[in-house]
Design a protein around this ligand. Sequence first.
Ligand code: ASP
Ligand code: MG
Length: 404
Amino acid sequence: MGILVQKFGGTSLSTDEARRYVLGHISRERQRQLDLVVVVSAMGRKGEPYATDTLLSLIHEHGDNLPPRERDMLLGCGEMISATVLCSILRSNSIPAVALTGGGAGIITDSQFGRARILEIRTEAIHKALQEGQVVIVTGFQGVTETGELTTLGRGGSDTSATALGAALRAERIDIYTDVNGILTADPRIVKDARPLSVVGYAEICNMARQGAKVIHPRAVEIAQQARIPLRVRSTFSEEEGTLVTDSLDAEQAAIVRDRYVTGVAHVSGVTQITVHAQDGHSDMQLHVFQAMAHHHISVDFINVNPGGAVYTVFDADADQAVAVLNEIGYYPKAVSGCAKISVIGGGMNGVPGIMARIVEALTEEGIPILQSADSNTTIWVLVREAFMAKALQALHAKFSLHQ
Ligand code: ASP
Ligand code: MG
């Protein structure tokens, strides 16, 4: 029998009603004679009783002096609650089920608490339970070190648990259940006619995820891509199949993808553009600037370096510090805060003339100045003022007819 991994996110588990939908998806797939491994996140979002952020707020109240090891013990509780509650629901509905912790499922990690990397997955316990006909529920987001300490994989890590398990078990597919109908062409809160995509490539979704689309963790996509296991991103609250993520397309899917230069637009707001000009007598300007940023752990992005100077972005929250650090070493940068990085993403844009022209056209028609741009073979980025962000996304979405 083939193995299917189903992963349910926080909003899919937070209410009784939501959990009934989860039960429905599990029962349906079981009837298709698939062996099921079900990965769960903590229930709900910040403020709801067992959400990860709510657990964290319990220690923030006391000034948060908890060491990373103990913090991971706390963070791991949310997923344990989800897994055991779901196990009880399945069993009450005559579906045999067991719940396993990350460690119990054989997920071995290094000991970087709070951002552990998976080293290995020992699948014996899962295989044994599957052979007994059980649905195997696994707590997402956690693993265990060789010496038995609980670790967590970094925020949003239960997607990674799901794809890593899928890869280790050679699953037929990994279904990521969330609260939206798959991967959309844009954020529907900003672009009203954004629509779900039926199929996308791994690189496309990875770019979207890195560039602000929150639907799946990019690390999880990379793991699925390496293992060549298809992913489906779909809604818990509907029977629609959502978006298939794969690089092996059938003829019909291949036609959709081939005819599409641009797949979607994504955005990251809250960034500051920093411009440093080269000055006489400072020959190593570029070296000084980026070493200073690295030394102060300021993450830099959207980097353009040329003999006249350097332009890059930092998060707004790091901007004051970045400027102070530069002042200290004798540079007086210009900082423009409140910017947004907009990505136009499409696996088919490589080598196609005219994409940048249409981007510039869309923004110029709306009177939106482009502060900076960059490109790779699947994405073109433009930096604009945050005040123009929504208009820019809408204009680009329309220019590339993404609503169709
Ligand atoms: N519950 C964890 C978090 O909120 C893991 C996850 O949801 O993926 O980060
Ligand atoms: Mg998540």
